[in-house]
Design a protein around this ligand. Structure first.
Ligand SMILES: *[C@@H]1O[C@H](CO)[C@@H](O)[C@H](O)[C@H]1NC(C)=O
Length: 642
């Protein structure tokens, strides 16, 4: 009893530590570098009525052009490249990865389809979008599924994309009012294994050194933005860490997580160094894209849905939630003479009505292109938080309302919600490692402890708890179960899970701590999550089931007579539970067969072999009748059971 109590306490304490860690890391005030904020905060030029010191650009992500599903996805993308780009006229378009879907027809396997890439290229060519804007497309994890090396023929990115730059790079957008740096952080894997093993990106020491060098090139730029496919929480990076290396950037734009299956429609957060991390929902299902702008070096953006017009972006006063005092000259807001708004629509804009704190303050005047401005007195709003709202209408009768909280004083900071910060910024792979090791050790220690602990004497009518403990003793003290289960559990941590075609034509071995393929070692990340699942939904439940059977066996039962001893109500769920367990594992074997080939299916100790092992052990637990069982039987003979 005492032992159980201390285990509960220990579990509670670790949970408390985890919670404290999460709260500490994802709700802290960002550090504001220098008391005065940005060096050019009090310097002209200031936002006024004119079409000056402003440019805008677009991000779109996770397009997933597929030859099998949703042809509308492709058609809409074509319309995006023609109509949307023509209306918005962005200076640059960033496509942050997963240009193609690269899945097999059954959606389980993954392979590069040339036709999907050709479709992508055809859209770019037919829409002539490359002549209209700077189109920077980069790879995502889907674009590197099953690609043995960058030089290989099925690295279609090299052949069909527009930008065709492998690895990280620095692109400078030059204007007459300043230079703007854009750095791509390429964390895609090479070689690129099949699904699901490149869900996490990897930046080794060499790649990090390269990124540090690129970061140092941006010192003379007015602003720097980083972009990539993976969120920083899904990148394993060497020192000094991906968030640290981009700390001089105002924002990091990425995709990859889509909306987490609709759970998180907005995933925005802020690094402790102040950099914003802005994940963009996917094109694939949600048809999302983003307009971003630098207006007098103040950064603003809006996430939009395709074909919803008018598209409105308020660039001054900018949203306080997305402000970064260390990275942008927020002081310019209080010196500004005009509210500035970009409004885009295929039809003519008829009115742009501005209100602050619920009071209409006027109609913004069209300047040029998409820019509208309205005279204001910033000092009227100099204290506290305010809410600006813009209602834009076009001749087609469509109306949109866009608004945000703003402050005129500098150094005000609003917080992002903790769930999205956690998803975007936490080091999930480290947590997965820790949890895996903890579950593994608990599992092993439990099995070993019961083998060497003295077995308690059974009372005349033992309760549920005593019987449970007793069954664990029986399990661990019966060598037929003890050794196979102990070895199997240890093997899960150290041995290869399977050996097979990790990439078509390239054999590799998958361990929980990483994948070895073609002479490369890819550090484990998702593998640890799968390891946790394997332990908690297979190994441990299997032990529990074996204990239950063993207990009944020692009371004299075999499979056919379980019902007689404990009744239908307990027997049926227990057997269903085992069936579900085995089915799940059999599905995993099927997945191996489909994805990694016949070899992987047969050379898979943790999957295929484990099903055989489990069936063998269960059979033993139903039928075993050796001296150990007989001793337990006599011990239990005189007990009465409720
Ligand atoms: C960009 O930086 C230069 C040099 O620091 C500065 O003169 C210029 O005003 C900046 N541009 C804007 C739009 O603030």
């Amino acid at each position: 009893m005492l032992r159980l109590f201390s285990m509960v306490i220990a579990a509670g304490l670790s949970l408390a530590c985890l919670t404290a860690y999460v709260l500490e890391n994802y709700t802290v005030q960002p550090t504001i570098s220098g008391a005065g904020g940005h060096p050019r905060a009090g310097q002209p030029p200031y936002p006024g009525p004119g079409m000056d010191n402003i440019f805008w650009f677009i991000q779109v992500s996770d397009i997933h052009i597929s030859r099998f599903v949703d042809p509308q996805r492709t058609l809409d993308f074509q319309k995006f490249c023609t109509e949307t780009i023509d209306v918005i006229k962005p200076a640059i378009v960033f496509v942050t990865g997963d240009l193609t879907d690269a899945k097999t027809k059954n959606k389980i396997g993954s392979v590069q389809h040339e036709i999907e890439w050709q479709t992508y290229q055809t859209i770019l060519k037919q829409s002539r979008v490359l002549e209209k804007t700077k189109w920077i497309d980069i790879k995502g994890n889907h674009d590197t599924f099953n690609v043995p090396s960058l030089k290989s023929a099925n690295n279609y990115y090299r052949k069909y994309s527009a930008f065709r730059r492998e690895g990280s790079f620095h692109y400078v957008h030059q204007t007459h009012f300043g230079n703007y740096s854009f750095i791509c952080a390429d964390a895609t894997l090479s070689p690129g294994p099949k699904r699901p093993f490149n869900f996490f990106g990897l930046l080794n020491q060499n790649k990090m050194n390269e990124l540090s060098k690129l970061a140092s090139e941006t010192v003379h730029s007015n602003q720097t933005i980083w972009f990539g496919h993976y969120t920083t929480s899904t990148i394993i990076s060497a020192s000094p860490g991906i968030q640290q290396v981009m700390s001089t950037a105002i924002a990091y734009l990425c995709g990859h997580l889509h909306t987490l299956g609709g759970l998180m429609p907005v995933l925005h957060g802020r690094h402790s160094q102040g950099t914003l991390e802005l994940e963009l929902a996917d094109w694939m299902e949600n048809r999302k894209y983003r307009i971003l702008a630098f207006d007098h070096d103040l950064f603003s953006f809006v996430d939009l849905t395709f074909d919803k017009w008018p598209a409105t972006l308020i660039t001054n006063p900018k949203s306080t939630l997305y402000s970064s005092p260390g990275h942008e000259p927020l002081g310019k807001i209080k010196h500004s003479t005009h509210i500035r708004i970009l409004v885009f629509s295929p039809s003519q804009i008829t009115s742009v009505l501005v209100s602050i704190d619920g009071m209409t303050i006027g109609s913004a005047v069209h300047i040029r292109g998409p820019l509208f401005s309205l005279l204001w007195r910033a000092e009227d709003y100099s204290s506290g938080m305010h809410y600006i709202e813009v209602r834009a209408q076009d001749t087609a009768g469509r109306t949109t309302i866009e608004g945000h909280e703003f402050a005129v004083e500098e150094n005000r900071v609003l917080h992002f919600d903790i769930v999205s910060s956690f998803i975007l910024l936490a080091h999930h792979y480290i947590m997965a490692r820790v949890v895996f090791v903890m579950v593994l050790l608990a599992n092993i220690m439990l099995i070993i402890a019961f083998r060497y602990q003295r077995k308690p004497q059974l009372k005349e009518s033992p309760g549920f708890f005593t019987l449970t403990i007793f069954s664990f003793h029986m399990f661990s003290k019966t060598s037929v179960f003890y050794y196979p289960v102990l070895l199997f559990t240890c093997y899960t941590a150290v041995g290869p899970w399977f050996i097979g075609e990790v990439i078509d034509g390239r054999f590799g071995a998958c361990f929980v701590f990483g994948i070895v393929v073609d002479g490369h070692f890819l550090e484990g990340s998702l593998t640890f999550f799968i390891g946790i699942l394997q332990l908690t939904f297979f190994n441990i439940p299997l032990i529990c089931y074996l204990c239950w059977c063993l207990l009944l066996r020692c009371r004299g039962a075999c499979f056919r007579t379980h019902v007689k001893y404990v009744g239908w109500i307990r027997t049926v769920p227990m057997h269903l539970f085992l069936a579900a367990l085995l089915l799940w594992q059999v599905y995993a074997c099927y997945f191996l067969l489909i994805t990694y080939g016949t070899a992987a299916f047969f050379l898979s100790p943790v999957r295929t072999w484990s099903v055989v092992l489990a069936v063998g052990l269960v059979y033993k637990a139903w039928t075993l009748n050796n001296s150990a069982i007989r001793t337990f039987k006599t011990e239990m003979k005189n007990c009465r059971y409720s």
